[in-house]
Design a protein around this ligand. Structure first.
Ligand code: HEC
Length: 142
């Protein structure tokens, strides 16, 4: 006698979760699209610099004792080669060249060039603004 298999039909019920009505769209707003640069310059505005005066200051302040810089005729190697400043400024991503140079003189530790010791004197921030401007002009003349 054959046992009749009872076929059990399972009605699969698919439960559809009703959408709760939340619309996932966010209307674009003007907030966060302001055209102002995020980074604000932290360096004070300088008077107009004189590269010729900067050259003298570069020697008299001992910069030549640590830095190579062709226009100064210096070949020291304690600090970075300042002939490469435009390249270093780009790598540092610290704003325009003049701003990078100014900050490097007045606050050397705020960015330390990779592979160099953090030994540049911090006393140059006491120089008169005009002299800092002259040094920046000398170092950005090329
Ligand atoms: C005792 C040695 C020493 C003296 C003196 C010195 N520097 Fe430096 N300088 C360094 C060193 C080391 C660095 C690299 C570390 C850093 O970025 O702070 C540096 C960095 C710099 C940088 C930034 C370069 C970069 O790529 O980050 C500038 C610009 C600079 N010096 C200019 C000057 C000027 C201008 C003077 C003179 C007013 C001067 N330095 C005097 C040692 C010196």
């Amino acid at each position: 006698m054959r046992r009749a298999a009872a076929a059990l039909a399972i009605g699969a019920s698919v439960l559809l979760l009703a959408a709760c009505g939340y619309q996932g769209t966010v209307a674009p707003t003007a907030a966060g699209v302001s055209g102002k640069p995020v980074k604000q310059a932290t360096t004070p505005a300088l008077p107009k610099g004189d590269p010729a005066s900067g050259k003298k200051l570069f020697a008299s302040n001992g910069c030549t004792g640590c830095h190579t810089y062709a226009p100064a005729g210096s070949t020291a190697k304690i600090g970075p080669d300042l002939d490469k400043l435009p390249q270093y400024a780009k790598q540092a991503n610290a704003g325009p060249l003049a701003q990078f140079v100014q900050t490097s003189i007045t606050s050397p530790s705020s960015y330390v060039q990779p592979n160099y010791p953090n030994v540049m004197p911090t006393t140059y921030n006491k120089l008169p603004q005009k002299q800092i401007a002259d040094l920046v002009a000398f170092l950005t003349q090329k």
